[in-house]
Design a protein around this ligand. Sequence first.
Ligand code: CP
Length: 304
Amino acid sequence: MRHLLSPLDFSLQETEELLDLAHDIRINPDKYAHKCDGKKIATLFYEPSTRTRLSFEAAMMNMGGSVLGFSEASSSSVTKGETVGDTIKVVSNYADICAIRHPKEGAPRVAADYSGIPIVNAGDGGHEHPTQTLTDLMTIRELKGSLDGFTIGLCGDLKFGRTVHSLIHALVRNRDVKFVLISPRELRVPDYVREDLLEDNGMEYKEVERLEDVIESLDILYMTRVQKERFFSEDEYLRMKDYYILDKAKLDSAKSDMYVLHPLPRVNEISTDVDDDPRAKYFEQVHNGVFVRQAIILTLLNLV
Ligand code: CP
């Protein structure tokens, strides 16, 4: 039995195969319409979500399967003190696969230790978000034709943004990817990302504070929101929340084929006047998320 807890749980080749499968699902949806007849996915969300939970549910339903689960911990027996381990032992009786989001880092790994069914990490605290990463990789590959040889700017809350940590984790395996880390000093990437991922893998990277100084050098700009829920102080959040706002004027100095991605939800960091720019691809990224999650379900259930 296989789980997806980190983007590195799939090798580079397996990742390419999964993205090929997601692409095929995108262009031939009918071929997959009954692949999961009779199968069930449990979505256990101890933290809020729109895209991840609903796209997993849509993914299973697109393939003939059905869904069960909860969208907030308060409607489950966790309020009575039930552990993640006991919860997943129980849910293993009801479903064939489980996507779990939890505010505690490592909770999906604990779930996997107790589970009788494949577990997918749908986001754990400020740690990782592998299914978002695979969605990001699919979107970059569809736009650029390859996951090698480009400069990516990651902008915003690089400290708490789990999508950034997972994306860096995945991209250090590709060739000639350069990283520009754009954040205020207080929200720089954690030391383990800088030292264990970027430096130990010999990646070319720089850290800057001003987006305007580097935007013209980028092939991909990955914007992120300041993660309000992970701040200890409201004042500190308020001081940081509008640090970066991408607007049409800033995009003027970007390349004509520099694409803007964002895992969403956005707050203020991308002005809505950017949405109709042909380089704004964050809603296409959302679209790809369903195909990627279909591919993940098929792969983990050995239905490919
Ligand atoms: N990108 C993402 O994880 O969105 P949700 O929090 O809405 O699932």
